[in-house]
Design a protein around this ligand. Structure first.
Ligand code: ZN
Length: 272
């Protein structure tokens, strides 16, 4: 039996619940960590919300999400930098140690050009990140999202970028959904750990067949990803942080969220 001391759940995983309800239910179920999506904070006092989460015994693991740096005009790129600074401010107010980045991509230009703008965007926000003691964390996304969501599609590309920037205020989030297929993943996980860049680990599963490439993620154990194997590699790379359950699913959002939470805890115990 797996204890729950490393179990974290993203607020978006139980999207029908408000952050007040999800945090109470997570704490009751013995979940130890929560990753907060910015939409869950709308209309709230962010600092008070952070205190509320900690008073329930939850660790605030990260804030999702910043990024979307590439754009066709300098004005739009500056607007993205400004929004990322706001995300860093929100993370600082919440007491979250990192902002996870969905880096972005601009389909009218090459992926290499988008990656350059991502690096420039990250470098532009780094002084603000350091001043607020908040890390910005690059999350490589599956290449099916390379058109508009992210030009960083492998852990190798994320490692290259983090090593080039070379700052303790930049890290990498490793999500099994995005990188399960990559035959370089074991060596790139080791490289990520060796360079001190492995900051976060997201889990779910790839359903077969997947009916919606954004909103049909599975519970761990339900699809074709060997999550325990990847967890082992991540731990060999000295990662000892939270296992963050991040599931976007119309199927699960339409069911009773209390029952879904029970299923998450069970899947975590058996398949992570
Ligand atoms: Zn993720």
């Amino acid at each position: 039996m797996e204890d729950l001391s490393q179990l974290c759940i993203h607020t978006i995983t139980t999207k029908p619940w408000s952050i007040e309800e999800s945090s109470e239910r997570f704490a009751e179920a013995g979940v130890q960590g929560i990753t907060v999506w910015r939409d869950a904070l709308e209309g709230r006092d962010i600092a008070q919300t952070g205190d509320r989460l900690r008073n329930l015994g939850l660790s605030v693991v990260s804030l999702c999400r910043g990024g979307f740096f590439p754009a066709s005009s300098a004005e739009k790129r500056q607007a993205a930098i400004d929004d990322n600074k706001r995300a860093i401010d929100e993370a600082a107010a919440l007491g979250a140690p990192m902002v996870v980045l969905v880096c972005g991509a601009e389909p009218s230009q090459s992926l290499a050009a988008s990656r350059r703008q991502i690096r420039e965007g990250i470098e532009a926000v780094l002084p603000h990140a350091e001043a607020n003691q908040v890390q910005v964390t690059i999350e490589p996304l599956h290449p099916m999202y390379a058109d508009t969501r992210s030009a960083v599609n492998t852990l190798g590309q994320a490692n290259d970028m983090a090593e080039m920037i070379n700052s303790p205020w930049v890290g990498i989030a490793r999500d099994v959904y995005h990188l399960w297929w990559d035959d370089q993943r074991q060596s790139e996980i080791a490289r990520c750990g060796r360079n001190g860049n492995l900051s976060a680990f997201h889990v779910c599963d790839w359903r077969v067949p997947t009916e919606d490439f954004l909103l049909d993620r599975g519970l761990m154990g339900e699809g074709c990803i060997n999550v325990p194997q990847i967890r082992e590699w991540v731990e060999e790379a000295d990662f000892d942080g939270f296992m963050e359950v991040e599931i976007f699913s119309n199927r699960y959002w339409s069911m009773d969220q209390g029952e879904f939470l029970d299923q998450i805890v069970e899947a975590y115990r058996k398949h992570v």
